[in-house]
Design a binder for this molecule. Structure first.
Ligand SMILES: Nc1nc(=O)c2c([nH]1)NC[C@@H]1CN(c3ccc(C(=O)N[C@@H](CCC(=O)O)C(=O)O)cc3)C=[N+]21
Ligand SMILES: [Mg+2]
Length: 284
């Protein structure tokens, strides 16, 4: 059996059309959703991702601005910038691109963003609200992964979902969101002994370990839904996932490519969060 390839670009296109009409409706009420991205330093990958975010905003009619700062910026200056954006009524979403230079505390920076404007869903208040099941801005990649699985029409209820990776941005929140869909979730990570023992039991396999090509067909249960969250730049400059695509596509029922899979969904969920933040802030 050959897998159906889940093109995030296509799924994202449908959702973005819907988002564009929501933006139009908001604009008729005089609300122009606005996203501000702060990008510190010269990392080419970060610059490329941020360009993707700005393009996404343009596509759906969100006003966006990118504030570029030198890697030498102090933590205090960065916190001051965030404070001003917190107060600016035209800014509904604030995103500080990670990673930050090592002299700046990510914890301090994320914690300084007003939680209603935290469109990454990384602020402890949003993480806590999500965990409790209260309304929250959800972490974009994790949310995008669940929406992709939903699009396949595969019921998640009662299924065994295995997540590889336990990061705050992907592994932890995606595990939680899948549990909320009534999946039975197993969390694995780089120290898991006999990883294959777990992955082979997965009806839904989420691979977010950040190790190029670590998962092959031997690791996958026939018919599984496999979502590859890996973004690894290999020596040739090519972007590859954590899954050996050509092998796994022969055994999985659904499989996401890299690029063109989860990445575009991540950006789409960021756009969705920005619109939601604009609605919430306007209603206050
Ligand atoms: N505060 C913060 N929020 C983030 O959401 C965040 C971050 N920091 N730091 C870095 C990671 C990474 N990330 C990606 C988003 C989209 C693609 C994406 O769309 N990738 C395209 C290809 C892009 C390319 O070719 O370079 C794709 O997969 O098709 C990739 C990576 C968001 N991140
Ligand atoms: Mg890990």
């Amino acid at each position: 059996m050959a897998a159906t390839i889940l093109y995030g670009t296509e799924i994202a296109k449908d959702i973005r059309e819907q988002l564009a009409s929501e933006v139009e409706e908001l604009k008729r009420k005089g609300i122009v959703p606005g996203l501000t991205v702060i990008l510190v330093g010269e990392d080419p990958a970060s610059h490329s991702y941020v360009r993707g975010k700005a393009r996404g905003c343009e596509e759906v009619g969100i006003r966006s601005e990118i504030l570029l700062r030198d890697a030498s910026i102090s933590e205090e200056e960065l916190l001051q910038m965030i404070e001003e954006l917190n107060e600016n009524p035209n800014v509904h979403g604030i995103l500080v691109q990670l990673p930050l230079p090592s002299h700046i505390s990510e914890k301090a920076v994320i914690g300084a963003i007003r939680s209603e404007k935290d469109v990454d869903g990384f602020h402890p208040v949003n993480v806590g609200n999500m965990m409790i099941g209260y309304d929250a801005l959800l972490p974009c990649t994790a949310h995008g992964v669940v929406e992709m699985i939903r699009k396949t029409g595969t019921p998640m209820e009662g299924k065994h979902a295995v997540v590889i990776g336990r990061s705050n941005i992907v592994g932890k929140p995606v595990s939680y969101l899948l549990q909320r869909e009534n999946a039975t979730v197993t969390m694995c990570h780089s120290r898991t002994v006999n990883l294959r023992h777990y992955t082979r039991q997965a009806d839904i396999l989420i691979v977010a370990a950040g190790r190029a090509h670590m998962i092959g067909s031997e690791d996958v249960k026939p018919g599984a839904v496999v979502i590859d969250v890996g973004v690894n730049r290999i020596e040739s400059g090519k972007l590859v996932g954590d899954v050996r695509f050509d092998e796994v596509k022969e055994v999985a029922s659904y499989l996401t490519p890299v690029p063109g899979g989860v990445g575009p969904m991540t950006i789409t969920m960021l756009l969705k969060n920005t619109i939601e933040a604009a609605k919430n802030l306007a209603a206050r």
